[in-house]
Design a protein around this ligand. Sequence first.
Ligand SMILES: C[S@@+](CC[C@H](N)C(=O)[O-])C[C@H]1O[C@@H](n2cnc3c(N)ncnc32)[C@H](O)[C@@H]1O
Length: 278
Amino acid sequence: MDNKAINKDYYDNVYSKTDIDTIVKNIKNFENYYKELTTYHIDWVGFYKNNFHKNVKNKKILELGCGNGTNSAILAKLGAEVYANDISQFSEIIIKKLNEKLTFDKNINPISGDFLDANLESNMFDMVVGKAFVHHLTHAEEDLFMQKIINILKPKGVVRFFEPAVNSRILDEIRWLIPVPGRPSKLQINKFKNWKKNDHHPERDNSTSSYSKIGKKYFKEFNISHIGTLERFSRLIPNGHFNLSFRKHAYSIEKYIPKYINMKFARAQVVDYRFPKK
Ligand SMILES: C[S@@+](CC[C@H](N)C(=O)[O-])C[C@H]1O[C@@H](n2cnc3c(N)ncnc32)[C@H](O)[C@@H]1O
């Protein structure tokens, strides 16, 4: 199976079990839910970094790798006209249900299947976004995606991606030694080999330098910032009130750490590309 088929297989299985009613309940409680996500959870704190929510109203936004549709629903609630794409056929099913059960100014437009096959007009979007998506593409796929993104973005269009960051080989090696739910330690040689064989992430470079190269190649401006230098230690604290409080304060304190240190040690990055080179 190629990388796309592996991802489709894996995420079809994940999203076929989606509890849509919980997503609906959360979005109906929008203010509290959005506040909780963007206070404690690294992917949401990162994705909405620098008051990104203020930029989306009335914008035409394509979300790539929209998954269970939560972020597309949030963007729609914030007033964007959202198009949501995912390789999993279940994303479209979920999004149609969200449109039925929730009230948006503009319903979310699902684009099912391979983005590269999607029939989209040139200069159509103000923004293309993705949360934990690009690192699921091989570099060859990423390049093809960017070519299409350049075409469908307006000349003043922007991109925001939230992605894991791997900028220190030593930290990365240590990370593989520590088992996490669903992934054994590298020291458990056979179990690890077996896990790796079935892993749906392609072998690729997730460094900031790799995203910078794409930024330079396809955009007139780009900026990459980092998050999770201190937050990563929350994994050593049992779940509960203290863990949440630690994370909240970690995000605030991290802002004062010099950029070059954050780049090396952060576990995630926020990639902003602006103004496509057409
Ligand atoms: C880690 S999940 C993130 C999902 C969602 N953005 C979130 O933050 O919860 C990665 C997503 O990328 C999707 N994906 C992987 N390869 C893809 C491709 N070639 N085209 C579109 N979506 C893809 C997967 O189906 C999955 O929904």
